[in-house]
Unconditional design. Structure first.
Length: 375
């Protein structure tokens, strides 16, 4: 598989985040011991949103600089519309998947497992909340944040290109308000907060934008902070790995970390600090550009990162299927493990097909614009 000259390290991190999100969503999955939440207080969601903000700033700030605010905004909002359309299509497929589960097992508890009971009971009154993104079934709470962030992205980039503090400071104050007063958007029909609070998670997305815009000035920072960050990350890894192993081996025991700010909904401070230590360590240890492309497995992960939207959508559907396999297998950890490997293979294969389709389209595109030969 031949990849382009873009920085594959970013695609690798995004692809790894997507694959880890899939694994973490499959119930009772031993492969989750290799995902970020097993060695950090954060998980793959933090990595996905941070890398997304970092990449968005790299891609669209160049358009804004060369073509102006409006062309860049139109390009960004076109992407936002594509994500929104994918969310609606994914919702339809998840509804069909859950309906099939219930028909197959005669177990209506799947409705509640996927937070779809209200939709099947009150379909007509649920359609508008679905369109407005405040009805969010299980596994469908990532893309709504992404859509909101992309709607606001043009103004974020406009401010960040002048001074990163113009966007970073208001973003932090909003995050701080969430921690102090619990601000959140509401969901239908429970009138509860969004599982991933966009008013809090926007700070991580903005951090990615700010670091991307100031990356040349921050180039020496990972080396200066590496050892303190590595020491803290190492201690957290030992504590968290013990807690994750205790899920499968209760006799190991674990330490109570409830006193830390681990609230995922509001992106608790401990999760944020733990993730940023990993950012510093990764920035220092990531190999030079072009090295990861030498390994087939890394290229496969990069391919997933380059087709993040379809890979995420397919992963959400497969993770839902993993809930069914857990119930139908009689709670077999071995079958769940096999399902995890199979799901990763399917996601990799799908990304591979999309990659080569895109390359094929690029080869054909110049020929499609050629005039017909004279007769």
């Amino acid at each position: 598989m031949v990849l382009s000259k873009r920085d594959g390290r970013i695609d690798f991190l995004r692809g790894f985040a997507l694959l880890a999100i899939f694994v973490d969503h499959v119930p009772h999955q031993l492969l989750s011991l290799a995902t970020p939440h097993s060695f950090a207080l954060s998980d793959a969601a933090e990595l996905f949103f941070f890398v997304s903000g970092f990449t968005a700033a790299m891609v669209y700030s160049r358009t804004m600089q060369e073509q102006g605010f409006l062309p860049a905004a139109v390009r960004i909002w076109r992407r936002s519309w594509k994500i929104y359309s994918s969310q609606l299509i994914l919702f339809v497929f998840v509804v069909a998947e859950v309906a099939a589960f219930v028909a197959l097992t005669a177990d209506s508890s799947f409705y509640d497992m996927f937070r779809l009971g209200a939709f099947f009971d009150q379909t007509s009154s649920s359609l508008l909340p679905v369109l407005l993104l405040n009805y969010q079934p299980g596994f469908l709470d990532v893309l709504p944040l992404y859509i909101l962030f992309f709607l606001a992205l043009p103004w974020m980039l406009f401010a960040a290109r002048r001074n990163v503090w113009f966007v970073l400071l208001p973003s932090f104050l909003l995050y701080l308000g969430v921690q102090l007063w619990g601000w959140n958007l509401r969901t239908y029909p429970w009138n509860a907060g969004w599982f991933l609070n966009p008013l809090a998670w926007q700070f991580l997305f903005v951090l990615g934008i700010a670091i991307s815009c100031a990356r040349e000035r921050l180039a020496a920072l990972p080396s200066r902070l590496f050892w303190p960050a590595a020491a803290l990350a190492g201690v957290v890894a030992v504590v968290q790995m013990r807690a994750e192993l205790a899920v499968f081996l209760p006799q190991i025991g674990s330490w109570d970390l409830g006193w830390l700010g681990l609230d995922k909904t509001n992106l608790g401070w401990a999760r944020l600090v733990s993730f940023m230590t990993l950012v510093i360590v990764a920035a220092r240890l990531l190999p030079a550009k072009g090295v990861l492309e030498r390994f087939a497995l890394c290229r496969a992960v990069m391919c997933c990162g380059r087709h993040s939207l379809p890979v995420y959508c397919l992963g959400a559907l497969l993770a839902g299927l993993g809930a069914l396999t857990w119930e139908l297998s009689g709670h077999s950890l071995l079958l769940q493990l096999l399902f995890g490997f199979a799901g990763l293979a399917v996601l990799g294969a799908a990304a591979f097909v999309l990659h080569w389709q895109k390359r094929f389209d690029r080869v054909l595109a110049p020929n499609a614009t050629l005039p017909e030969p004279a007769r």
